[in-house]
Design a protein around this ligand. Structure first.
Ligand code: MF3
Ligand code: CO
Ligand code: CO
Length: 262
């Protein structure tokens, strides 16, 4: 079995993660106010890029090209309705009343990454859209609650999967949370499904994301021809939300607190 090295961050590095994380959450909060019917996802992207530069930070997604992917062409991901993740902002995509949109921002501040996302309503959501988004946020909350030194990575996914499925929804398997530091995506992988007691042990100084993608119907996805956009196979709704987290001596710290939320 391969045992990847999981880097433990120093107090000094975690302080840098805190600064990047807080700024990323502030950007998300800033963008939330711009979401209205008639706005294009490219307008949101351009506002994000402008705000990021004005705050002396860098958009990590712009030009990001992991092995096997073309460079991501925009500064944020905008995933509308059946889009599971990595939606590419476009001038042709106009938001409409009743849509749900996940905005995923990752900022680099002083070399360190803050990665956070939230799903917003455009106008009035349908009852199932509202429930899906509420369940997704509760999944993230339960996943975070499972984090403390000595717990296992599998405890996180089990808590998320149990709740999502109890509500009649499904958990995407193809994308997972990830270690994050001065590197965007690193070990460990954090599946949003799985078995309690399985996987690596959590230790103080580990920093990673939890970013459950929860589907109304099947968990299966398809990739679009742009090689980034993941959509649900049945084209039903998908929601997501993400925090960057640090394992502390006695629990967990949310590094991307959303303004106004605990
Ligand atoms: N922010 C996404 C994540 O949560 C990754 C986006 S990669 C991009 O891991 F290139 F699409 F931006
Ligand atoms: Co992430
Ligand atoms: Co993200």
């Amino acid at each position: 079995m391969e045992t990847e090295v999981i880097t433990l961050l120093s107090k000094r590095e975690i302080e840098k993660m805190r600064r990047a994380g807080r700024l990323a959450a502030e950007l998300l909060y800033y963008l939330s106010d711009l979401i209205k019917p008639g706005v294009t996802t490219l307008q949101l992207n351009d506002e994000a890029e402008r705000w990021t530069q004005a705050h002396g930070a860098i958009s990590a997604p712009l030009g990001y090209a992991p092995p096997g992917y073309p460079p991501f062409p925009r500064s944020i991901c905008t995933s509308v309705n059946e889009v599971v993740c990595h939606g590419i902002p476009s001038a042709r995509q106009v938001l409409r009343d009743g849509d749900i949109i996940n905005i995923d921002v990752t900022l680099i501040v002083d070399g360190y990454h803050g990665d956070t996302s939230k799903t917003f309503f455009v106008g009035e959501p349908s009852p199932v859209a509202r429930k899906l988004v509420e369940v997704t946020e509760e999944c993230r909350r339960r996943g975070i609650e499972a984090i403390k030194p000595g717990a296992k990575i599998g405890d996180i996914g089990a808590a998320i999967q149990e709740y999502a499925e109890s509500q009649g929804f499904s958990v995407v398997r193809n994308f997972v949370g990830h270690g994050i530091s001065n590197v965007f995506h690193t070990a460990p992988q954090i599946p949003h499904y799985g078995d309690r007691g399985k996987g690596r042990r959590l230790r103080p100084g580990m920093v990673f994301t939890i970013e459950p993608m929860i589907n109304e119907g099947t968990w299966e996805i398809e990739m679009l021809a742009d090689q980034w956009t993941a959509v649900t196979k049945d084209r039903k709704l998908s929601a997501q939300c993400e925090h960057t987290l640090a394992v502390t001596e006695d629990g967990v710290e949310i590094l991307t607190p959303y303004p106004g939320e605990e």
